[in-house]
Structures are given as structure tokens and as C-alpha cells.
Design a protein around this ligand. Structure first.
Ligand code: ARG
Length: 486
């Protein structure tokens, strides 16, 4: 088959080269973005008289018909045509003939792929943001329902101070809301049109870059044609955002794994999210949280791959950059799958408040409250810490609990202890007194949840605009396209 660039060549491509060079196996993911970009480009070319209205109509109709085949999965991709861009253009020529050759006027695959990636990133970041907001809302609902369920809070995975299960779930909700914030931010920088950068040095043809950008609802233009084709910051930034998100997902997953163990027994996962062992009949394994934890590795790997790929590349486009796609696509699909499964996984878990309460009994979780009690009596905190340390030491030695010591025993260690000590040794009271903003007191948790939900709703509103253009949305759904700009 004749190559689009075949003019200066006399020999064909070696088969083994064809296989390495081709990207259509993976970049066909960009097909609808590629077509949207081409339609916008052709509309502009007609507006500036680089093609006639009739030629533009033929091109647009052909592209729309191909989009339908791509959506239906009946489009035939060709490795000889190398990548998604030349597949689309080649198939258009098969369909409408010579006039298809006008589509590539004032455009290079270099600015074309840069545009396609930006449109794809904008679409995917928007969708991921919506998925994440569902997870956040689900978490706030669960947190609210468990705002009064006491459990130990941990540092170093050692029982530390009383919190509630709702407080812990609310922490997960804020972690994930920050991820939405970050991806909204990344999306803003992605929504810039590089079209017109050409291969690297723009074009002398009288094109209208603004018009293409407006057609695709991209608020800004790239400001340097070298950078326009050489920049992959949007992909890098997205992978960084996804990596941080996956840190959060993996931390949530790890706690689910821990809590379902017999050692903790704080929760039970629904059978629908677990599997058994082929050997040990009694096993019910938390496979899904384990996979959520493990999948973080792929996403971090993708970020590392792209950083390494881009490092030290001279301007402008280099073929190395074709290697950006597989890690990016895989990382996005992975993150979206993980985030999509979270709400159902969480909704189906069974909480065991009695196990959480039992875990509060041992571990001297109210030791800090005792020290704060002494501080209230005027003892400097460092001294109070020392005294309570001695109380705990005594309890360890005599195998007893803070609540079981008599006032006399307390007074033997410090005469600041008094008859008003008893309520201090109550976990519920300890919780309720930690009512500062962000604290574990049920009222404070509920107050935070109101704010977390408000912020999530704001972010959903922001996500609602600034996503894929009307042109892209119509193409994706197979609906009639909006008319060209006047
Ligand atoms: N398939 C290529 C990529 O993804 C498209 C750009 C190719 N440009 C070129 N001059 N070979 O990077």
C-alpha cells in the first residue's frame, strides 16, 4: 500500500519495521477525538477558503459515517496505515476519493496527535472526576451513618486514641476530594489548542487557529509552535494526579484488607467482592481490595515511564513520543476501574461496631486524656506525660486497665489526681470533647461532612462545564453535529 509519506521512497517498508512503527493497535482509542479535530479543522479550512463549502461537506459527511463504524466496531484498522490519523485519512480517501487529500492542508500529524491527546485527556479527566465524586458522596453517607461508632485510631498501626469509624471514613472522603480538585486543575491546563503548530514551524497558509479552538471549546491556544508539538505536560501531569489518587486508593484498600482480617474483624466484605481458596475451604479472601492496592504499581510505573521517555528529548517532535500512549491509556483505564468499584465495595461492607468497641478496651487509649486532665490542673504537659507514663507502666506490670485503678493508686503517682477523674476515663466523653474543626467528635465529623459534600458539589459543577465540546459529545453519541460556527 502507498504510504502517505511515500513520495521520496523507492523501497517498501520492511515488515518487521512496519510492526514496530505502527501505533494503530493502541492509538485507535483516539479515533473519535481525531475525527472531531478533523471536522473542526475542515470547517475552519472552508471558512478561510482553503477548501470549498462542498468539499468540506463531503469530508465532514465521510468522517461522520466513519465515526459510526468506529462506534459500532465495524471499522477496519490497517497496520500498513500506521496510526489512527492515517487510518482515518486513508479510509476517508477510500470513501470520498481525492478531495480527502485536502483535509491535511496546514496540518501535520504532530499537531494533530497533540490535539487528539488533549481532547482525550479532557474527556477522561472529566469522566474520572464524576466517578470520584460518586465515591466521595458514598463515603460521606457512610461516614454520617457511623459518626457515633467508636473505634481506635492508630499511629504506627498501634492503638493510639479513640476516634469513630465515621471519622475514619471522612478522612478517606477528603483524600479523594483533593484528587478531584487536582484533576480539575490539570484539566484546565490541558484545554489548549495546539492546532496550527504544524510539524514544528506553523504554516504560512492563512488559517484561523482561534476558530478551530472555539469549535472545539478550547479556551486557549498554544503560544509556541515548537512547544505545541513537543509538550506532553498534560499527560505527565495526569499521570502524577493518577499516581497520587492511587496512593489514596491503595491506602484505603490496605485498611480494608487489615480490617477484614480475623485479627481486626472490624468489617466483613460482601461475598460479591471476595473469592475463596482452591485449597483451603474456610478462606474468604479480600481480593478486590488487594487488587486495588496492587494496581497502584501499574499507575506509578506509567508515570515513571513517561518521565523517562520525555527526559532530555530535544525539541520538537520525536518518534519516542509515540510511546507515551500505552502507559497513559493503561493508567487511566486502571484508575477509572478502581474508582468505579469503590462505592459498591464500600456500600456492601458489613461493619462490626462490637469489634471496634472491644479493641478500644485494651491499649490505654485514654492515656492522653489523662495527661490533658493533669494539664487542666496546671501540670506542665511534659510532666503530665511522664506521670501518665508511670501510670501506664504500673498497669502493664499489674495487668490492669486505667479504668480499674483506684483513686488511691492514682494519687500515689500524683496528688493532682482527684475525685473528678472518673469521667475522664470514658471513651465517649473523650471523643465528644474533641469537637474542634476536623476532630472526631460526632458533631465535628458531621460538620466536616457538610463542607466536604458542599465542596464535592462545587467540583461537580466545575466538571460539568469545561468538559468535551458539543461536537465531541455529539460524535460520541452518534447525534447530529452542531452547525459550524457562523
Ligand atoms: N503516531 C504518531 C505518534 O503518536 C503520530 C505523530 C507522528 N508524526 C511523525 N512525524 N511521525 O506520536
Amino acid at each position: 500500500m502507498d504510504k502517505a509519506w511515500g513520495g521520496r521512497f523507492t523501497e517498501g517498508t520492511a515488515a518487521i519495521v512496519e510492526a514496530m512503527n505502527a501505533s494503530v493497535g493502541f492509538d485507535q482509542i483516539l479515533a473519535l477525538e481525531d475525527i472531531a479535530g478533523s471536522i473542526a479543522h475542515s470547517r475552519m479550512l472552508a471558512a478561510v477558503s482553503l477548501m470549498t463549502a462542498d468539499e468540506q461537506r463531503q469530508i465532514e459527511d465521510g468522517l461522520v459515517a466513519m465515526a459510526a463504524e468506529i462506534r459500532a466496531g465495524t471499522f477496519t484498522w490497517s497496520v500498513q496505515r500506521e496510526d489512527v490519523h492515517m487510518n482515518v485519512e486513508g479510509a476517508l480517501a477510500d470513501r470520498i476519493g481525492r478531495v480527502a487529500g485536502k483535509l491535511h492542508t496546514a496540518r501535520s500529524r504532530n499537531d494533530q496527535v497533540a490535539l487528539d491527546l488533549r481532547l482525550w485527556l479532557r474527556r477522561e479527566l472529566t469522566a474520572l472526576g464524576h466517578d470520584l465524586s460518586r465515591a466521595v458522596v458514598q463515603l460521606t453517607t457512610l461516614a454520617d451513618a457511623h459518626a457515633e461508632v467508636p473505634m481506635p485510631g492508630y499511629t504506627h498501626l498501634q492503638r493510639a486514641q479513640p476516634i469513630t469509624f465515621g471519622h475514619h471514613l471522612s478522612a478517606w472522603a477528603v483524600m479523594l476530594s483533593r484528587d478531584i480538585d487536582r484533576l480539575v486543575d490539570a484539566r484546565r491546563r490541558v484545554a489548549v489548542s495546539p492546532l496550527g503548530s504544524g510539524a514544528l514551524a506553523g504554516t504560512p497558509l492563512p488559517i484561523d487557529r482561534q476558530r478551530v479552538a472555539r469549535e472545539l471549546e478550547l479556551p486557549n491556544l498554544t503560544l509556541n509552535s515548537l512547544d505545541g508539538v513537543a509538550d506532553r505536560d498534560g499527560a505527565l501531569e495526569t499521570l502524577a494526579v493518577l499516581s497520587i489518587l492511587m496512593v489514596h486508593v491503595s491506602r484505603i484498600a490496605e485498611e480494608l484488607v487489615l480490617w477484614t482480617s480475623q485479627e481486626f474483624g472490624f468489617i466483613e466484605l460482601s461475598d460479591a467482592f471476595c473469592t475463596g481458596s482452591s485449597l483451603m475451604p474456610q478462606k474468604k479472601n479480600p481480593d478486590i481490595p488487594e487488587l486495588l492496592r496492587g494496581k497502584a504499581g501499574r499507575v506509578f510505573g506509567a508515570l515513571q515511564a513517561l518521565l523517562t521517555l520525555m527526559k532530555g528529548l530535544p525539541l520538537a517532535y520525536n518518534k519516542d513520543m509515540q510511546e507515551d500512549k500505552e502507559p497513559l491509556f493503561d493508567a487511566m483505564a486502571t484508575a477509572r476501574q478502581c474508582v468505579a468499584i469503590l462505592p459498591d465495595l464500600l456500600a456492601a461492607m458489613k461493619v462490626r461496631p462490637e469489634r471496634m468497641r472491644a479493641a478500644l478496651e485494651d491499649g490505654f487509649l485514654l492515656a492522653t486524656d489523662l495527661a490533658d486532665y493533669l494539664v487542666d490542673k496546671g501540670v506542665p504537659f511534659r510532666e503530665a506525660h511522664h506521670i501518665v507514663g508511670a501510670v501506664v507502666g504500673h498497669c502493664v506490670l499489674t495487668r490492669t486497665r486505667l479504668e480499674a485503678l483506684s483513686l488511691d493508686e492514682y494519687r500515689r503517682l500524683s496528688d493532682h489526681f482527684d475525685s473528678d477523674l472518673t469521667p475522664v476515663l470514658d471513651a465517649r466523653r473523650s471523643l465528644e470533647r474533641r469537637s474542634l474543626t476536623g476532630g472526631p467528635a460526632p458533631a465535628a465529623v458531621r460538620q466536616s461532612l457538610v463542607e466536604i459534600r458542599e465542596r464535592a458539589a462545587e467540583l461537580v459543577t466545575i466538571l460539568g462545564s469545561g468538559g468535551p465540546s458539543a461536537l465531541e459529545r455529539a460524535l460520541a453519541r452518534g447525534e447530529p453535529l452542531p452547525p459550524p460556527l457562523p
